[in-house]
Write a protein that binds this ligand. Structure first.
Ligand code: FES
Ligand SMILES: [Fe+2]
Length: 324
């Protein structure tokens, strides 16, 4: 699968990897995640370098992952530590190793560096403002869509009065002023001002830009796949888009909040998850119908001024895709 290389991608939540090795598909490849006796996490290609069996079907013993086929053991660096058929005294062939990926656990997500391991950076593409002091509740789901369509859907500011007419799009604010957009290779920031169409003339980008000064963006996308919706200073929605394969994207949708007493946190989180699920399902119904699957192949799409954020996403995504 073709995705921008040399980025940290959120790929799972830490709680999803427990004692047993976990095989998942990411970037169109089968990967295995496992923890050693101290809980430390390893991510490897789920293919034994001996004869290609799935390591995920094996077990973790003595801090190695053991292939179920011929019992070869591999460490957290990927090196084969033991090949039973060669005997304890036998020499393990050089280069008998399973591909291992840099992996981190932070912000209640598992991050995997996809690309050249030696280029893994210290910084994660997360939002500094969410680092501490928040509660969050997650909705996990998978859609049969390409991640580009999934991301663009959340940068699209013209669909709300139609797709979300009964929820967040109520009120018929169909007129999109701008949006005002700032974009660079780190991401895209969008200031949304939707209005009821009372015949007014739209404000210019310069006017919208001036009005955006000092205000946090309504939507903030960090490449390759983290998104933040500003609802209020104490309430935000976060989305991690995880490319599974060309026809599937996994979502981690979270409400982050810091209001209300402790005892109310759980019911509030539950209510937010319920409404997030409802809103996301409204999007899903339409996004699954888009063709072609990947927006990068959609040269025929005719974007309008209201699609400025989507246009910027396509531009920068293409740059990142073509960069090795
Ligand atoms: S295929 Fe894994 S040990 Fe043989
Ligand atoms: Fe939507």
């Amino acid at each position: 699968m073709h995705v921008p290389l040399n980025h940290w991608y959120p790929v799972l939540e830490p709680r999803e990897v427990v004692r047993k090795p976990l095989t998942v598909e990411r970037f169109g490849e089968r990967l295995v995640f496992w923890r050693d006796s101290s809980g430390s996490l390893t991510a490897q290609r789920d293919r034994c370098p001996h004869l290609g069996a799935s390591l995920g079907a094996g077990q973790v013993i003595d801090d190695t992952i053991v292939c179920p086929f011929h019992g070869f053991r591999f460490g957290d660096d990927g090196q084969c530590r033991h090949a039973p058929a060669l005997g304890r005294a036998g020499r393990i062939p050089k280069g008998l190793a399973v591909q291992t990926f840099p992996v981190r656990e932070a912000h209640d997500l598992i991050w995997l560096w996809w690309g050249d391991s030696s280029r893994a950076t210290a910084e994660l593409p997360f939002f500094a403002q969410l680092a501490e002091g928040w509660r969050h509740y997650t909705v996990r789901t998978e859609w049969p869509v390409h991640y580009t369509r999934a991301i663009e859907n959340q940068l699209d500011v013209a669909h709300l009065p139609f797709v979300h007419r009964t929820t967040i799009g109520a009120g018929g604010r169909s007129l999109v002023e701008g949006p005002y957009v700032e974009a660079d290779e780190l991401g895209i920031r969008v200031w949304v001002t939707n209005q009821v169409d009372d015949g007014r003339t739209l404000r210019s980008q310069a006017e919208l830009g001036a009005a955006a000064q000092g205000r946090p963006p309504s939507l903030d996308l960090r490449f390759p796949g983290c998104w933040l919706l500003e609802i209020s200073p104490t309430f935000k929605n976060f989305l991690a888009f995880v490319p599974v394969n060309d026809h599937c994207t996994r979502y981690y949708l979270r409400s982050y909040f810091r209001f209300g007493p402790n005892w109310l946190a759980k019911p509030l989180g539950w209510l937010m998850s319920l409404s997030n699920r409802l809103i996301l399902n409204q999007d899903r119904r339409v996004v699954v119908t888009q063709t072609p699957a990947a927006s990068s192949d959609a040269q025929g799409d005719q974007l309008i001024a209201a699609d400025r954020a989507v246009a910027q996403f396509r531009r920068f995504h293409a740059t990142l895709l073509n960069r090795a």
